[in-house]
Design a protein around this ligand. Structure first.
Ligand code: SF4
Length: 506
């Protein structure tokens, strides 16, 4: 379905049956999917420790757009994360353009009076002022809960002001109360970009056809790959995937992170769109396919040896490059195996627990398994309908291990980790504290300045984890000085005690 004809993206729970609550095992998940005819009914928690608004990931991505100003149409607290996220925008710009650039954001700061009388006037004023003051190429109008609740006609205002401002206006609906799944943010962003940035201004306004340019577009339609990066990887990983695709003689167009708005239209001229992370990209890939006929690939994140080789093998047939792909894989894996030799013996039999977004957690667990670790548990933030195959792949490799699908909920994780006692915990930097306080060595599962993806990523992860586990004394000593807030009795309970509909499988 072409969702872009709608005013805003549907919430993820409706579109891909996303679930955020499950406690059991990988086999239990499969059983549940079988019972539901492939559909996984979400559970619910009688006690929930926290949640996360989709604004957080949304703003981290929007921050990267060059020459853009963000107008937060929301209460003043919404978007406060932009202060800390500016560091990512600065370093990301530096790596790609050689220049440090801050992101610019303002807020309509809706208050109690606006809740009664409406915030439309403030938004109009903000759009016009931002256009005059900063003259940006784009203005993204990001909405929080308040305008959604009071019924501000944000899209109507945008349509009305389009002809009166120079910037391209991009509304992005991020009302936190509408969804429990923060991954809805990814759809909301692609929705805004797809609706507003795919016009090629030069081509549209041209009276006489530019034959040279048309020939270039025809070439791109045969040799170019849209490589989607919606915060799935840092610059170092972009370069790794570009290197692998260039080795197959393919042209690479990385979108949309840090993409100049005037260049976004070029996404229409490609032979293939390839996802880096299916959770991030499926909305846009399907749209490009439906609207412009561009075929797409989205299977898994290319983290790990098997995932990287099958990613390359899936791309190659679109361009008749199967033989070149096999040569590349043979050469790269031979080099990699040689480089991994010093680490394999050390990792053998060590246990690991992985926590992150669905595809990253599954792929990273698979990579650790390839390196010799025994995977004792995995904790994806959510489950999407199209991830079944990847869960099955992990089950075949790691066995029927504990599975906790949880959007936040560190109390469940603490209970699990205390009994599983893994030698290594890999999670996001903001999610490593529970394991660290239990004395478990932790390693960050994604940091945009480090390498994780492709063949290089395998080696770099192995090297970093080796260093970490060679001397884990920092983490081992933490519990002496820092305690988690849970009573001892909680650790004797079933970790999934508060999950309804899952007790039979825990
Ligand atoms: S949940 Fe609503 S009010 Fe809270 S940060 Fe998100 S958009 Fe703002």
């Amino acid at each position: 379905m072409d969702y872009l004809s709608l005013k805003e993206a549907p919430k993820r729970e409706d579109r891909v049956h996303t679930c955020i609550t499950y406690g059991g095992t990988l086999c239990g998940l499969q059983k549940r999917l079988g019972e539901g005819g492939g559909c996984f009914r979400d559970g619910s928690r009688e006690f929930s420790q926290g949640s996360l608004c989709l604004l957080l990931p949304a703003l981290a991505i929007i921050n990267s757009f060059p020459d853009n100003v963000i107008i937060m149409h929301a209460a003043v607290g919404c978007g406060s994360c932009l202060q800390s996220q500016n560091g990512g925008a600065r370093s990301g710009n530096m790596l790609r353009t050689g220049k440090i650039k801050d992101s610019i954001w303002v807020s309509t700061s809706l208050n109690e009076t606006d809740v009664i009388s409406g915030g439309e006037k403030k938004l109009r004023q903000a759009i016009v002022e931002v256009d005059q003051l900063y003259s940006p190429k784009t203005i993204t109008i990001v909405t929080g809960c308040v305008p959604g609740i009071i019924g501000d006609d944000v899209d109507g205002i945008v349509e009305d002001l389009r002809s009166r401002v120079t910037a391209v206006l991009i509304p992005i609906h991020c009302e936190g109360f509408k969804t429990k799944t923060w991954a809805t943010a990814y759809d909301a962003i692609y929705h805004g970009l797809g609706k507003n940035l795919l016009q090629d201004p030069a081509r549209r306004d041209r009276v006489v056809t530019d034959e040279l340019e048309e020939a270039r577009f025809e070439y791109l339609k045969k040799r170019r790959v849209n490589l989607c990066n919606l915060s799935s990887m840092g610059r170092i990983d972009e370069l790794e995937l570009t290197r692998l695709l260039n080795a197959l003689d393919l042209d690479v167009n990385i979108v949309p992170l840090f993409k100049d708005s005037e260049q976004m239209y070029s996404v229409k001229y490609a032979a293939l769109s390839v996802s880096t992370c299916p959770t991030h990209d499926d909305y846009f890939l399907k749209f490009l396919n439906e609207r412009f006929g561009i075929p797409y690939l989205f299977q898994h994140i290319p983290i790990g040896i098997e995932n990287t080789t099958s990613w390359i093998r899936a791309v190659a047939p679109f361009f008749g490059k199967e033989a070149a792909a096999e040569q590349l894989i043979h050469y790269e894996t031979a080099l990699l195996e040689e480089a991994l030799k010093p680490y394999r013996e050390f990792f053998k039999g060590k246990t690991a627990f992985v926590s992150a977004g669905e595809f990253r957690s599954i792929a990273t667990a698979y990579l650790l398994h390839e390196l010799g670790f025994t995977i004792v548990g995995v904790r994806p933030f959510h489950y999407d309908a199209f991830a079944e195959k990847e869960f099955e792949k992990l089950k075949n490799a790691a066995g029927d291990i504990p599975l906790n699908i949880a959007n936040v909920q560190p109390f469940e994780e603490a209970n699990l980790l205390r009994s599983l006692k893994p030698d290594l915990f890999m999670g996001h930097s903001h999610g490593n504290a529970t394991a660290a306080k239990l004395g478990i060595p932790v390693h960050t599962i994604f940091n945009s300045s480090c390498s994780y993806i492709g063949f290089r990523g395998v080696f770099e992860i192995a090297r970093r984890v080796y260093r970490q586990l060679s001397n884990p004394s920092l983490n081992r000593k933490f519990p002496k000085y820092i305690k988690l807030p849970y009573k001892e009795s909680w650790y004797q309970e079933n970790p999934f005690k508060y999950i309804k509909d899952s007790k039979d499988e825990s």
